[in-house]
Design a protein around this ligand. Structure first.
Ligand code: SAH
Ligand code: TMP
Length: 406
């Protein structure tokens, strides 16, 4: 397998075994034919891109029944309200011909702020159920995967964009050349691309290997983002760390010559070199920590079980699919997973087949311990579950280290 950007041979640095689809929640009738693929990661020192060796076809992951709805977190709603505000106050939208495009617009969590102001916008969203929610709020959506072909069509129908936004979707798109070309084509010369994704630097420092699953074909660093967009004449203008998804980075890029880069760009690039994000060795060492993390989590849960403790998990996240299947944690160790998404309730987790129930179930019969599968929403989960803690319930986490939280 070769690097999707540079074409050089990828060195396999991490093997997470055979895995099902991260968001492939299913019913017992589907267990037998469940799809698995080998989840392995590679790194290319020339492009600096950390990537999956093999990724399932996009249509298998993003379709009518795609189960992740952005609006399930109040904090994420606030995050996108602030993000929209930032775009507005920075004056990125032109007065006479404003046009903003969002890739992976999901349920409209971000574009709703532009639709409400009557600003011309377009969401690109191939998954049906989430797009339905956006359209119901009056958001314009094209139900397709982004491509240069679609970029040309949008350009012909709407004109060029002032701003292209993409949150937690750039890292999902395997044909990175095609993606960058389409963006450069659709963007005005004065336009900006602003995108955010889980950050490789945080995954390495927090051993949050659960960020690695089928949808995340890449985990970006500023070093790799710089290389990707250099191929289409674009450069980094700003980089802003975000707390979302357990540690993300927001990248702002423009066509070469559009503006002067913030000093933060240089700062973060040198921090990445100091962290070794350009060296294969860093990822080999990471793989060792992942192996230890998986074994420790299983051991901790097994020990608690031997002591007759009840254990549930909070959040039927796509991320935790990697953990359960890698660490071989099934319904023998975790009684159930609770989740607020009606779409997921009554189904079973991919591969491990742990039943998914409502949050009410958790509140009505709280376990002794709850694994923080949605650890990136820890603040919200603690706030919603004071009663669980008052009863002596404790949270278990795997990141940055496997432990019981006090
Ligand atoms: N932006 C939202 C949703 C992220 S989930 C948020 O940050 O919460 C990723 C979304 O991208 C899914 O809704 C998925 O259907 C969509 N997606 C996947 N591949 C895409 C592509 N090639 N073009 C546009 N959207 C895509
Ligand atoms: P995410 O980590 O990919 O954002 O997924 C979070 C999952 O956790 C999602 O399925 C919704 C669920 N969730 C709850 O069940 N309760 C909550 O309070 C929050 C914030 C999320």
């Amino acid at each position: 397998m070769n690097c999707r950007l540079s074409g050089t041979a990828l060195e396999v640095v991490l093997d997470l075994g055979n895995q099902p689809l991260g968001n492939g929640f299913l019913i017992p009738e589907q267990f037998e034919a469940e799809y698995y693929y080998p989840l392995k990661c590679g790194f290319a020192e020339d492009s600096k891109l950390f990537q999956l060796i093999e990724q399932p076809a996009p249509e298998m992951m993003f379709h009518q029944d795609y189960a992740f709805f952005s609006g399930t977190s109040t904090r994420m709603k606030e995050h996108f309200a602030n993000f929209a505000n930032d775009v507005l106050i920075k004056g990125f939208l032109s007065r006479d011909s404003a046009f903003i495009v969002e890739l992976g617009s999901n349920d409209g969590i971000f574009l709703t702020h532009f639709a409400a102001l009557g600003i011309p916008h377009l969401g690109v969203e191939p998954s049906g159920a989430v797009a339905d929610v956006a359209e119901a709020q009056g958001i314009q959506v094209v139900r397709e995967f982004f491509s240069t072909k679609l970029a040309r069509r949008i350009l012909a129908d709407h004109g060029p964009a002032d701003v292209i936004v993409a949150a937690n979707v750039m890292c999902h798109i395997p044909d990175i050349h095609e993606l960058a070309k389409g963006i450069a084509l659709l963007l005005k010369d004065s336009g900006v691309l602003i995108f955010e994704d889980p950050y490789l630097g945080d995954v390495i420092s927090l051993t949050s290997y659960d960020q690695i699953y089928d949808e995340h074909v890449f985990l970006f660093s500023a070093l790799s983002v710089q290389n990707i967009f250099a191929t289409v004449g674009m450069e980094l203008l700003n980089i802003e760390p975000q707390r979302t998804h357990g540690g993300s980075m927001r990248y702002t890029l423009g066509k070469v010559g559009r503006g002067i880069a913030s000093p933060r760009v240089r700062e973060i690039l040198s921090k990445e070199l100091a962290q070794g994000l350009h060296k294969t060795r860093t990822f080999v060492e990471f793989a060792q920590r992942v192996q230890e993390s998986g074994s420790k989590l299983r051991e901790l849960i097994e020990t608690l079980r031997l002591g007759q403790k009840t254990i549930a998990a909070y959040g039927a996240t796509s991320k935790s699919t990697t953990i359960y299947n890698y660490a071989k944690i099934g319904p023998d160790l975790i009684d159930y997973i609770c989740d607020s998404t009606p779409f997921k309730q009554g189904k079973f987790s991919p591969g491990a087949h742990i039943p998914i129930v409502s949050e009410k179930h958790f509140r009505d019969s709280p376990p002794d311990y709850a694994f923080l599968a949605a650890w990136n929403h820890e603040y919200e989960l603690r706030a919603h579950n004071q009663a669980f803690m008052d009863l002596g319930g404790q949270w278990i986490t795997h990141t940055p280290k496997v432990k019981i939280l006090v």
